[in-house]
Design a binder for this molecule. Structure first.
Ligand SMILES: [Zn+2]
Length: 267
């Protein structure tokens, strides 16, 4: 009886006023890995080679298979703490409970439209907590910047037509906000629509150093951030379990009750 009561209480949160289960929406937040996949200047692009695609002569059976080669940091991918921290956790060592968590979507689209190098500040993080009534603890923070719409325009996405890391211009998390997060909250990960979760041109990567240095993972080139609500979505973040690696291609899926659909959502 007690178990039934607990089950009803848990499931009850997912039902509407008529008692019907709330319909949920699923959003694929990863880009496809192919020859259009964008990557940070200096990293090896994603390449795929068809090994077999046809009927085997000896037995008439159809077979398709491929080989690929790539940096571990292309397209939608995870940065493990080891990326910028000597002795930090590698992809295969990150505890899996940190891969399924609520999304906290920090919307800085308006200021990113005015300034390509705009940064999400402590005020933006506190604003999210104040308007949602939620805590950032144990969430995956996603920066919403409008950059996803630029994915098919490399120059606009990079902020430069050149393949030069010193000339990048896109928004990110402010170094002060990264410090505030590690001192005041316990987040699992930080994600961004852009190539990097700190603004374009940097030589010292202070935000990477601070967050990865505290065991927080990063997610870069996250797709469809504008298709999920600013709170109420749960993320399933599934990096390829590459042994001893600092990064890995990652499939990210969001699910949320359909009543939380963002007004701007087109699907
Ligand atoms: Zn990376």
């Amino acid at each position: 009886m007690m178990l039934l009561f607990i089950l009803c209480a848990v499931v009850g949160a997912l039902r509407d006023v008529t008692g019907a289960p709330l319909a949920r929406k699923m959003v694929d937040m990863s880009y496809r890995f192919d020859d259009t996949t964008l990557h940070f200047p200096g990293t090896k692009e994603f390449e795929i080679i068809v090994v077999r695609n046809g009927t085997m002569e000896e037995n008439g059976i159809w077979v398709q298979s491929e080989e690929y080669s790539s940096s571990t940091h292309v397209g939608t991918h995870m940065d493990a703490p080891a990326h910028f921290t000597k002795g930090g956790l590698t992809i295969d060592q990150i505890p899996v409970h940190r891969f399924i968590a609520p999304a906290a979507v920090i919307d800085i689209t308006a200021k990113a439209q005015l300034d390509r190098d705009a940064e999400a500040t402590v005020e933006d993080l506190l604003h999210w907590e104040s308007i949602t009534g939620q805590t950032l603890n144990e969430t995956i923070v996603l920066l919403k910047t409008g950059w996803g719409k630029k994915w098919n325009n490399r120059t606009d996405f990079f902020g430069t037509p050149e393949n030069d890391a010193t000339k990048l211009h896109f928004p990110g998390l402010a170094p002060d906000a990264a410090t505030w997060l590690v001192e005041n909250r316990n987040i699992y990960g930080i994600g961004t629509e852009t190539l990097s979760f700190e603004k374009g041109a940097t030589r010292t990567y202070p935000v990477h150093q601070t967050l990865l240095g505290h065991g927080i993972y990063g997610l870069e080139n996250v797709a469809n951030v504008d298709k999920i609500p600013i709170y109420g979505a749960k993320l399933y973040v599934l990096p390829m379990k590459v042994g001893r690696a600092s990064g890995a291609p990652t499939r990210i899926i969001a699910t949320y009750p359909i009543i939380l659909d963002p007004p701007s959502s087109s699907n």
